[in-house]
Design a protein around this ligand. Sequence first.
Ligand code: ADP
Ligand code: ASP
Ligand code: MG
Length: 408
Amino acid sequence: MIVAKFGGTSVGDAPAIERAAGIIRDRVPRQPLVVVSALGGTTNALIALAEQAASGQLILAIRGVEALRERHLKVAAELLGTDADATDVIGELSAIFDELAALAEALSVLGHATTRSLDAIAAKGELLSSVLIVAAFLKRDIPAELIDPGSVMITGDEFGKAEPRTDRIAERAGQVIRPLLAAGRIPVVGGFVGATEHGITTTLGRGGSDYSASLFGAALGAEAIEIWTDVDGMLTADPRVVPDALVIQRIRFDEASELASFGAKVLHPSTIAPAVRLGIPVSILNSRRPEGQGTLIAFDAPRRAVTAIAGKEGVTVVKVRSPRMLLAHGFLARIFEIFDRHRTSVDVVATSEISVSLTIDDARHLESLVVDLSQLGDVSVERNRGIVALVGADSAPIALPWRAPLGR
Ligand code: ADP
Ligand code: ASP
Ligand code: MG
C-alpha cells in the first residue's frame, strides 16, 4: 500500500479535487490511503473566526463561517451536481457549518478560546474537505470510504500540537484501515487531526497533514509516501523568494528534515521521522504536473556541501551574558537544563566566552524561561527575528540568526 497526501492547494477548488481524483485513479492497484488537508486557506480562516468570536466580534466570526460555507458549497455543486446523493452531501456539509456557528457563539459567550476549543474548530477544515472529497471520488467511481481521523490518530492531550501515540495508531490503523484496503476500498482521512484516548479532538500543529501521512504510512508499513503539493518538489530555495530555484531530484532524509525545520514549508518538520525509521521513501510531487519526477527523499541520495537554503521568520533570540561563564565548566549544561525544564527546544546556538545566544521557535514559556535564566546572568530577548540556513549533508547546517526581521 501507499499513502498519498494532498495539501491545501491540491484540494483548493473543484479542478484541483478533479486532478486529485485522476491521480488516485492511476494508483488504485497500489492500494492508496488518501490523506487530505483542508481546502487551502480554510484553517487560517477557522482560527481567525475562533479568535474573533472569543474577543467579542461574533458578527465578524459568523460572517467568516458563512464565507467558508459559500466556498465549500460552491465547490460541492461544481463537483457533485444536484442529484439526490449531492443533496445528502450538501446537507452533511451544512450541518458542520451550523455546528461551527454554534461553537463560535459559545466562544463569544465564554469570552476566551482555549487550545482545546481552537483544535475543535480548526479540525473542521479537514472534516469538510474529507466529506467533500469522498463524495467527489465516489461520483467518479473511485470506491472511497471516509475515515474519522480521531478513530486512528490517537494522541496525547497537548492541544494545538499533540503528541501522536504511535503504538496505538498502529493498532487502530490495523483495525480500521487495513480491512478496507484489503477489501479494495480507498480510505480517505483528514490529516492534521487526531483525538485523545477519550475521543477529544486534537491537532498535530500547523502544516501537520504531512506528519499525519508519515504516521499513517509508518503504522501501515507503506511502500511509499507521496506528498502532493503545488510545487515541483523540494527546491533549492523557497520559490516565493527565489523564483528560479531548482528542483532537488534526490535529497537525503537528514537534509530534508533540516530544511523543513529551518523553514522549507513544503514539509512539516516532524514529517520524516516516522518514515525514516522504517526506511519508507517519501516523494514530493506537483499535483498540477503529476507526470513530473518530483523529489525523492531517500538514504542513498548524494552528499553535497550545500543542497539548499531556507529561511524562517518569527524566531525569538534569547541571550544570556555572564562574566561567570569565563573559563567555567557546566555553564551551558545549566542553560540547557533550564530550556529542558520549560519544554522548549533550541534551534541555533552561538557562544562566546561570556555570552550565549539561542534561538527558539516556540515562545510559549518565554516568561518563566527568562526568570530562571536570569539566575545565571543578564538575559535579553529579541522577538520577531529570522534564521537563514544553508543545509548540506557534507557540512554541518550553517544557520545564521538574522538580526532584522526578514521583510518580504
Ligand atoms: P501544502 O498545502 O501542499 O501542504 P504548503 O504551502 O504547506 O503546501 O507547502 C508548499 C509551499 O512551500 C510551496 O508553495 C513553497 O512556496 C513553499 N516552500 C518553501 N520552501 C520550499 C522549498 N525549499 N521547496 C519547495 N517549496 C518550498
Ligand atoms: N490544514 C492544516 C494547516 O493549514 C494542516 C495542513 O494543511 O497540513 O495547518
Ligand atoms: Mg503543508
